[in-house]
Design a protein around this ligand. Sequence first.
Ligand code: TRP
Length: 334
Amino acid sequence: MDQKKVILSGIQPSGIMTIGNYLGAIKNWGVMQDEYDCLFMLADLHTLTVKQEPARLRANTYELTALYLACGLDPEKSVLFLQSHVPAHAELSWILNTVAYPGELSRMTQFKDKCARHADNINMGLMDYPVLMAADILLYQADVVPIGIDQKQHLELTRDLAMRFNNRYGDTFKIPEAYIGKVGAKIYSLQDPEKKMSKSDENLNAFVSMDDDTDTIMRKFKRAVTDSGSEVRRAPDKPGVTNLINIYSLFAGKSVEETEKEFENAGYAEFKRRVGEAVAAGVEPIRREKDRILSDKGYIDKLLASGAERAAAAAERTLRKVYKKVGLLPRVKA
Ligand code: TRP
């Protein structure tokens, strides 16, 4: 029988999630979970590379776990776990550090950006971030890694480190492929449709969070910028309307052509109201389900414990192999 391919996906538990994150990634999990062996990891160790309020980090980690479950992540089919619960991540990153060069790490675009943005907290973790990410991926011999375009360089580095290690010590790691979501799923700011929708936007009307209630969602779409003219039609000079058409189509489960047809005779005000309604109808049940799950932290703790157990079994297999290859003695039973 063919073995299913392994997908590892990682996300940092830092703050709220927008409908852009949802449409770009989570919404596609349903199918993915049946076709692949999926591991979903909350990269909590990575979040420590920028200053965190400990209580906030704890709350965010529960929130994101609950949100994943509410969005349809099925813990029977997929493995959901916290990076910090599987010690092999930190252990493998140490070994990978011995084949990573400071030159290549200091050239990473994201490292340079973060140094500029967090000038008061330039720490080694920031520079080592991609090595830990490589460990996340290589531990599970992942075939495919779904990432945003901003993580592409980190995945290239992961491949480089894996090949370097394999060349030096013999075949050990599978070389993973990036999966970068379709452009169609890219969602832009409601206030400046040339910019990506971002949860860190200062203008709260620019993004819709998965935590927004129906009134807030309706208000944000009412204020969404449109373009000159009055037709609901995709066009390069209509980035605002194009973005709204995409959002509506994805939430309503219709093609963009169907959406254009549906709103042929509608004005922008009516169109925006209907987009708001479709989004609210999609977000509301998820938010309720997330809140329900969040009310039972004991359940979440147990679920994460079982996820960590399953992940650790796979991760340790790779780690043992690595330790052996580099010449560390096996640890036998006392
Ligand atoms: N660096 C990723 C991000 O910020 C999160 C991440 C950590 C990740 N480890 C990973 C993504 C492993 C994919 C695979 O988006």
